[in-house]
Design a protein around this ligand. Structure first.
Ligand code: URP
Ligand code: ZN
Ligand code: ZN
Ligand code: ZN
Length: 483
């Protein structure tokens, strides 16, 4: 099966040039001029880029007494429709549950995926079994472990558990991920707001001010530094967290920050909407922030202090959101975004001049492929790489609407937003899943992508930590003991 992408301009994280791309058996077989011999896809006027990688999604996630409503089928269909060709979901063991047993459940759910996928393993409790199984998990091709500093009484881990797990990650050459919000402070603020009768969705935002995120981000970074391991901060939403990341990077620490497309383009005024449903549909953690925080995130992307744009796609229907009528702490936390991440980032990033096209590719695909240790199989337009490709039409426009989306839920947080820049074709390992805007996905086509440990950054950091580790001083004169 041969496909030729003709007459396009290839855009990667570091180059822009005109060439055709030949795809054979799911991989990029050749890049060159005037290629022929197969089904042709006309890319005239388009940019041929690595398909997007969304490293932060929750498909069919068991959470807050329900399940998120997009599963691996609808979620990956939405991804492909928007130019994303790989997603990474979070495997969440129950308290005391074996990590391997939890992974089996995620393996079963993911068989329906339309595009390639991988998992992060969450550390939701701590003990000898978890310590031991972390090694088995890395051998299964998972090199990232997620830690929730929030969701007290549910997913949250304490500092001692986090430090132990981070040290284990260092030993295994794995990367810890952190949801950085101070869960103790959030729980207290929630109780106080409810006691004062502040029970609407805006209470969610009031209970999670930027300080809870800034403090936790800084704490996670310092704990990672003491454990001698790089750290990746998910859904960085505010200047307070970004500042901690920036400062750490300037001090030579290996820290990555991941803003979401929602935080870049939607603000806190959504929670003050008079319509309860409107506000509740936008409840997620961390909450949307004000314009100053948004500017900080955009600046982080263009300066390189923030590395990746994700979605944290975790879609709940209006019905599910209504679990929290009368008590905002019961509104399931999460919003959608998989289909809209690339068009929204292009429209508000590239079309405004805040990002170059190459920076767009870096933050939607290449950077995370390197961080997750799957580059250049993913995140690249290179001979031998998987043919996960988006042919991007910078003139194609639409108005985002729930009526035409792939996601299973009944609304879209970007409803009414106009985007310019959309996929003409999306290829997942060579299979054309979007053809001139028509979605032709194939359930079960997606495969699990193994991600080996010992990323070059882990190795470099352990070398440095080894060299600078505390050492006993061998003394020549030791005085007699005083006793
Ligand atoms: O509100 C959110 N972000 N829901 C998904 C779970 C998480 O914290 O990432
Ligand atoms: Zn989170
Ligand atoms: Zn998440
Ligand atoms: Zn297939």
């Amino acid at each position: 099966m041969t496909t030729i992408i003709k007459n396009g301009t290839i855009v990667t994280a570091d180059r822009t040039y005109k060439a055709d791309v030949k795809v054979e058996n799911g991989v990029i077989a050749e890049i060159g001029q005037n290629l022929s011999g197969g089904e042709e896809l006309d890319a005239t006027g388009c940019y041929v880029m690595p398909g997007g990688i969304d490293p932060h999604v929750h498909l069919e996630m068991p959470f807050m007494g329900t399940y998120s409503s997009d599963d691996f089928e609808s979620g990956t269909r939405a991804a492909l429709a928007g130019g994303t060709t790989m997603v990474v979901d979070f495997c969440l063991p129950n308290p005391e549950q074996s990590l391997l047993e939890a992974l089996q459940r995620w393996d079963n759910k993911s068989t329906r995926a339309n595009c390639d996928y991988s998992f992060h393993m969450a550390i939701t409790w701590w003990g000898e079994q978890v310590f031991n199984e972390m090694e088995d998990i890395t051998k299964r091709g998972i090199n990232t472990f997620k830690h929730f500093m929030a969701y007290k009484g549910a997913l949250m881990v304490n500092d001692d558990e986090m430090f132990a797990s981070f040290r284990r990650c260092a030993e295994l050459g794995a990367l810890p991920l952190v949801h950085a919000e101070n869960g103790d402070v959030v729980a207290d603020l929630q109780a106080k707001l409810l006691a004062e009768g502040n029970d609407g969705p805006e209470g969610h935002a009031y209970s999670r001010p930027p300080q809870v995120e800034g403090e936790a981000t800084n704490r996670a970074i310092m704990i990672a530094d003491m454990a001698g391991v790089p750290v990746y901060i998910v859904h960085t939403s505010c200047e307070d967290a970004h500042e901690a990341i920036r400062r750490a990077r300037m001090a030579g620490k290996r820290v990555y920050g991941e803003p979401l497309i929602q935080h870049l383009t939607l603000d806190e005024s959504e929670y003050f909407d008079k319509d309860w449903d409107h506000a509740a549909r936008r409840v997620m953690s961390p909450p949307f922030r004000n314009k100053q925080h948004q500017d900080s995130l955009w600046n982080g992307l263009s300066s390189g202090s923030l590395s990746v744009v994700a979605t944290d796609h975790c879609a709940f229907t209006t019905e599910q959101k209504r679990n929290g009528v009368g008590d905002f702490t019961q509104i399931p936390n999460g919003t959608g975004g998989l289909e809209d991440r690339m068009p929204m980032l292009w429209t508000h990033g590239v079309n405004t001049g805040r990002l170059t096209m190459n920076e767009f590719v870096a933050v939607t695909s290449t950077n995370i492929a390197k961080i997750l240790n799957v580059y250049p199989r993913k995140g690249a337009i290179l001979e031998g790489a998987d043919a996960d490709i988006v042919v991007w039409d910078p003139y194609k426009e639409k108005t985002i609407s729930a009526d035409s989306q792939q996601s299973a839920i009944d609304y879209n947080v970007f409803e009414g937003k106009h985007v310019k820049g959309l996929p003409r074709f999306t290829l997942t390992r060579g299979k054309v899943a979007v053809h001139d805007g028509e979605v032709r996905t194939e359930e079960g086509h997606g495969q699990f992508v193994e991600r080996p440990p010992n990323n070059p950054v882990n190795t470099a950091l352990s070398t440095w930590k080894e060299l600078t580790a505390p050492r006993k001083i061998e003394r020549t004169g030791i005085p007699a003991s005083g006793v």
